[in-house]
Structures are given as structure tokens and as C-alpha cells.
Design a protein around this ligand. Structure first.
Ligand SMILES: [Zn+2]
Length: 72
């Protein structure tokens, strides 16, 4: 049983892995519960990160930073 390095699962979670390699990873995940758990947690992390980034964009942080200049 050849496990892939964690980086491979991170790239796989990002959806950036070439289809050929992704197929090999999926095949391995089906057989290896340890890597499946690792890939699962990486996918959860990636999704949470993407949602946080999208929420950040939707919130338009620039709007809350518009303080009128105060004359002293
Ligand atoms: Zn494995």
C-alpha cells in the first residue's frame, strides 16, 4: 500500500490535481481509511477557507473603513 504525501491530498482537495493523478488518489482513498480521513479533513479545511474568502468579499471590507477625514 503506497500512501501519497499529504501535499498530494492538499492539491487534490483544491481540485488542482491532474485527472490522471486524481484517479490514482481516489483509488487509494477507497482502500486506505487513514488517507481517506486525511483527505477528508483537508477538504473540509479547503472548503472552510474558500467560504471564508467568499464571505470576506461579500462583506466589502472597504465600506467599513471609510472614515471621514477629521479636521483638527
Ligand atoms: Zn494511504
Amino acid at each position: 500500500m503506497n500512501c501519497f504525501p499529504e501535499l498530494t491530498y492538499a492539491v487534490y482537495a483544491d481540485g488542482e490535481l491532474p485527472a490522471e493523478e486524481a484517479a490514482q488518489v481516489e483509488e487509494h482513498l477507497a482502500a486506505c481509511s487513514r488517507c481517506r480521513r486525511l483527505a477528508d479533513s483537508l477538504q473540509v479545511e479547503t472548503r472552510a477557507l474558500q467560504q471564508a474568502l467568499q464571505a470576506d468579499e461579500a462583506a466589502e471590507p472597504s465600506a467599513s473603513r471609510q472614515n471621514p477625514p477629521q479636521s483638527a
